[in-house]
Write a protein that binds this ligand. Structure first.
Ligand code: NAD
Length: 476
């Protein structure tokens, strides 16, 4: 049974009522899974009013009360992970084990925020004048609006919700219409955990219409978006014109630097496994691989063997390691990347085309002899296509890694401390992984720089985007 889709406004699940609906498709076979109701203008107004009303009491709850609800959400998420994960595979396409892992792993975000929200401290600043007390307190910003994507539909939404609620804010979430079940399931988790009505609201619709309406509302004080750079810039520009705070978790084009003194075979296997996870639809997926010339052939051979071993298929079938792309748009986009590279002299040493006619399957693809001006070297692929090219000196590799406006994740493999130091200081990225992958944990900050956005989700930084700083100076 697929999730019963609906809006969630002021503590109520709503569907039908003559609202516009859109089909939700299974990307593995193009079949219709369900109908997703769009919010009317009245629905959005009700969600705004509910979030504002709820904020007045939620902001006054103690951190202990907020913490208890977030903990309950974590427990329920673990209990329901199998069912929620199955629906994610149905509407998003990723293999079942990855989908279930996304839900149970994300329970940790609820646990972490339950802990950290009890430690939103202020401070006392010694005064210059006797009898004066100077205090710094941190207060919740107010009603937030979040726009979350389809690639990790549970993860991307829960991180924003627990950060807002833990800080004492209330939130309206517009989830991904392409893969909506996880966000509806999240609303059920919070509802069943006893979150008061109005603190969390979930709406659906035409993305730019909903975001425009919510951002322009004077009720909304902060927005958070995960998605592409162009859309992020549009939303941030609108929010900026209204002086509203933003967290922007945008796309990347993550470079991988493989030095010849690293463990080449291990590096190739690790990069291949991360690259094709979720069919490459991951904002931190390694997407441009630079290998030092003497190690190039060995790296390429191991990587291609790993890519060719992947079983591509319906995520519900046992043994599937890579599912379909989440929607038809991505298949067209992959074809465009490959065609453009080939026109510029690149060679697809494996893959390079769509698989079959039904569903959105695309073969794991490795491109070689790719010039730096090819589209795949400059625009985020967000799919299972990767260029692997040579470099001759570390300075050259760093310059090529840093030449794009993106700055999200980056990776390097080396056996030398000197190289590791030069790489970690030289790479322009919000996150640097050396000789292993270790991002997106609840206790570590996740976020980009340059065009990849600003603000951190996770880590002790997690509440910074949801709090105002107030200075109080007082004389007895
Ligand atoms: P897109 O840019 O149209 O949409 C990306 C996401 O933003 C979707 O969930 C969409 O519903 C939402 N969105 C689009 N316009 C919006 C608006 N005006 N207001 C609010 N939300 C809006 O692209 P797409 O074809 O769905 O996805 C492909 C691109 O999206 C990729 O190239 C990648 O860069 C980016 N993406 C990034 C992430 C990430 O984790 N950073 C996740 C998903 C997609």
């Amino acid at each position: 049974m697929y999730e019963e889709l609906g809006l969630y406004i002021d503590g109520e699940f709503i569907r039908g009522g003559g609202r516009r609906e859109q089909d939700v498709l299974n990307p593995a076979n193009d079949e219709v899974l369900g109908k997703l109701p769009h919010a009317s203008k009245d629905d959005l107004d009700r969600a705004l009013a509910a979030a504002q009303r709820a904020f007045e009491s939620w902001r006054r709850t103690s951190p202990m009360e907020r913490s208890a609800i977030l903990r309950k959400v974590a427990t329920l998420a673990r209990e329901r992970a199998d069912a929620i994960g199955r629906n994610i595979t149905l509407d998003q396409g990723k293999p079942l084990a990855e989908a279930v892992g996304e839900v149970s792993g994300c329970a940790e975000h609820a646990d972490w925020h339950a802990e950290e929200c009890r430690r939103i401290y202020g401070r006392v600043i010694p005064a210059r004048v006797e009898g004066v007390r100077q205090l710094v307190v941190r207060e919740p910003i107010g009603v937030c609006a979040a726009f979350t994507p389809w690639n990790f539909p549970f993860n991307q939404a829960i991180r924003k919700i627990v950060a807002a609620l833990g800080a004492g804010c209330t939130i309206i979430v517009k989830g991904p219409e392409d893969a909506p079940s996880a966000v509806v399931a999240l609303a059920r988790l919070f509802h069943d955990a006893g979150l008061p009505a109005g603190c969390l609201n979930v709406v659906w619709g035409v993305p730019h219409e909903v975001s425009d309406y919510l951002i322009r509302s004077p009720i909304v004080r902060k927005i958070s978006f995960t998605g592409s750079v162009p859309i992020g810039k549009q939303l941030a520009a609108l929010a900026g014109s209204l002086m509203k705070r933003c967290t922007m978790e945008l796309g990347g084009h993550s470079p991988v630097i493989v030095c010849e003194d690293g463990d080449i075979v291990r590096a190739a296997k690790m990069v291949a496994s991360l690259k094709f996870r979720n069919a490459g639809q991951v904002c931190v997926a390694p997407s441009r691989v630079y290998v030092e010339r003497p190690a190039y052939e060995r790296f390429l051979e191991t990587f291609v063997a790993a890519a060719e071993k992947l079983k591509v298929g319906d995520g519900l079938e046992a043994g599937t390691r890579m599912g379909p792309l989440a929607h038809q748009r991505r298949v067209g986009s992959m074809t465009e990347f490959v065609d453009d590279a080939r026109e510029r002299g690149a060679v697809a040493v494996t893959g390079g085309a769509r698989i079959g006619e039904r569903g959105n399957f695309f073969a794991p693809t490795v491109l070689t002899e790719v010039p730096d001006d090819a589209m795949i070297m400059t625009s985020e692929p967000f799919g299972p296509v990767v260029p692997i090219v040579r470099f001759d000196s570390l300075d050259e590799a760093l310059a090529r890694a840093n030449r794009l406006p993106y700055g999200l994740a980056s990776y390097a493999f080396t056996g030398s401390i000197r190289n590791a130091h030069a790489i970690s200081t030289g790479l322009e990225a919000g996150m640097v992984n050396i000789n292993h992958f270790g991002m997106a944990l609840a206790e570590t900050p996740f976020g980009g720089i340059k065009d990849s956005g600003y603000g951190s989700e996770g880590g002790t930084e997690t509440f910074d985007g949801y709090l105002n700083t107030k200075f109080i100076t007082q004389m007895a």
